[in-house]
Design a protein around this ligand. Structure first.
Ligand SMILES: [Zn+2]
Length: 116
């Protein structure tokens, strides 16, 4: 974080520098009361502590819905970003490609099971 602060200073980015300092001091002072710990979070995207809390919150919100789904698969597809005006066509293209991938594996599974 200290190196990022230096870079923000060099690049003349005072807001970013302040955000990096906030992350540097994230949870630096912790107060205990009634058997619980309290502290100030920076809530920045690049803070590993705040990201872990955000991730836990997201898991808790989505898990009940995801647990109802059958035949779960986790995939990550990465693509190069595009310009804003290309976004709609880009998403349409991605959906088409994704459909092809799903159909390919559906067909492959059916062939393996002799259903073709
Ligand atoms: Zn934080």
């Amino acid at each position: 974080m200290l190196r990022l602060i230096d870079i923000a200073k060099e690049d003349g980015e005072p807001e970013l520098e302040k955000a990096f300092w906030n992350t540097y001091h994230c949870q630096q002072n912790i107060v205990t009361a009634d058997g619980r710990l309290y502290g100030d979070y920076c809530k920045n995207r690049f803070c590993t502590l705040c990201c872990s809390i955000r991730k836990a919150d997201i898991i808790n919100r989505y898990l009940p819905t995801i647990q109802k789904w059958e035949d779960l698969h986790f995939i990550t597809i990465t693509v190069k970003s595009c310009k804003e005006h290309q976004l709609e066509a880009y998403i349409k293209s991605l959906k088409g490609t994704f459909k092809k991938i799903i159909n390919k594996y559906k067909n492959k599974t059916n062939e393996e099971q002799g259903k073709s």
